[in-house]
Ligand binder design. Structure first.
Ligand code: HEC
Ligand code: HEC
Ligand code: HEC
Ligand code: HEC
Ligand code: HEC
Length: 212
């Protein structure tokens, strides 16, 4: 099986990821096909050849990697704090992130689980009133994703936690944070760096499938 690096069109969406509502966090820049072609071949999509200027290539890569890996703090619909809930109150991660079978996604519990406490705690807070209103109308809280891999990447939480990986390996010191930001490198380079270190597979087909 041959892989053409730089041709996303060749990678098949991994079909067994049923809960994937988005391909990736929307504020992360995607490298466009044209951009990849330009960098790899020095050819613009219209077919005109441009001189491959090393400085320009370096600038594209540096700005992209800074944008991809800088800590982004998305604004959430209510100011939920992990420091308060997982830190101070010492609630277990799996209470709110139960990892249902087949184990690919951790998931975030619905408003009903929050209301077990918040029907009585902080009921005067506007954030809790918003939570309560959504719960009454059986509407989900529109949480903004922090971490996401594109649909052509195979990723399963259970595969990792069953081999002893802990949440902090990939998500950092969550229980100390009021607001979560994408702080670890879970781009292809970051995945492969850990795979090399732990002697996990690094062949392309470990994480991607090629289109027929
Ligand atoms: C085990 C009980 C418990 C559960 C479950 C729980 N919380 Fe809380 N929550 C608390 C406590 C205690 C506080 C802190 C109250 C205080 O500051 O006095 C709090 C504070 C908050 C606040 C800050 C309110 C403010 O205005 O200060 C928000 C927002 C919040 N929780 C949202 C949620 C959401 C969303 C869920 C479900 C995913 C949830 N909570 C689940 C106990 C809980
Ligand atoms: C009381 C419920 C609760 C507990 C306990 C809790 N979380 Fe969360 N978690 C949430 C909610 C609500 C969100 C969505 C809002 C946000 O991103 O802050 C979330 C978001 C996350 C995300 C980002 C998800 C995404 O969209 O990319 C990670 C990672 C995470 N939690 C890890 C943890 C870890 C690790 C622990 C244990 C140390 C933990 N959580 C404990 C409720 C909880
Ligand atoms: C090997 C790295 C790794 C480990 C270990 C890990 N995560 Fe994740 N997590 C990710 C990646 C990558 C994503 C984005 C997944 C996607 O888009 O399908 C993610 C997404 C999430 C999400 C939001 C989307 C979803 O899957 O529901 C939550 C919540 C979350 N992780 C919580 C946790 C908790 C809690 C733990 C510990 C029990 C944990 N993670 C352990 C890498 C990891
Ligand atoms: C903290 C280290 C770590 C990180 C980060 C990590 N992995 Fe892994 N991964 C492992 C380990 C360890 C295994 C288990 C290898 C084994 O089965 O012995 C594994 C296994 C896998 C497997 C199963 C491979 C197979 O054929 O059995 C896939 C797929 C995978 N990881 C994808 C990813 C992706 C995608 C990312 C980045 C989003 C990622 N991993 C990040 C450590 C990591
Ligand atoms: C351990 C998992 C893993 C392995 C092994 C892996 N990849 Fe990836 N790959 C990823 C992840 C994760 C992304 C998404 C990166 C992002 O969103 O920043 C990705 C993205 C890509 C992309 C899209 C590039 C872009 O800019 O969006 C291509 C093309 C690709 N991989 C090809 C390959 C090839 C060829 C190999 C073998 C040499 C390979 N991958 C091996 C995890 C992996």
């Amino acid at each position: 099986m041959r892989f053409d690096v730089g041709q996303i069109g060749n990678l098949r969406p991994i079909v067994n990821r049923p809960f994937s509502p988005i391909a990736r966090a929307p504020w992360l820049p995607t490298m466009k096909q044209e951009e990849i072609k330009l960098v790899k071949t020095g050819r613009l999509p219209i077919g005109r050849r441009v001189p491959l200027c090393p400085t320009m290539v370096a600038i594209i890569f540096i700005t992209r990697s800074v944008a991809l890996h800088a800590a982004e703090t998305p604004k959430q619909p209510v100011p939920f704090s992990h420091k308060q809930h997982a830190g101070d109150l010492k609630l277990a991660c799996k209470m709110c992130h139960p990892n249902p079978e087949p184990g690919e996604r951790m998931t975030i519990v619905g408003t009903a689980a929050c209301m077990q406490c918040h029907s009585a705690i902080k009921t005067e807070s506007p954030a809790i009133q918003k939570l309560a209103a959504l719960d009454r109308n059986k509407r989900p809280m529109p949480w903004v994703p922090v971490y996401a891999v594109p649909s052509f990447v195979d990723f399963s939480h259970k595969v990792h936690t069953s081999k002893g990986a802990i949440c902090q390996d990939c998500h950092g010191a969550v229980a100390e944070k009021n607001e979560l930001a994408r702080e670890s490198d879970l781009s292809m380079g970051g995945c492969i760096a850990c795979h090399k270190q732990k002697e996990a597979p690094i062949g392309c087909t470990a994480c991607h499938e090629q289109k027929e």
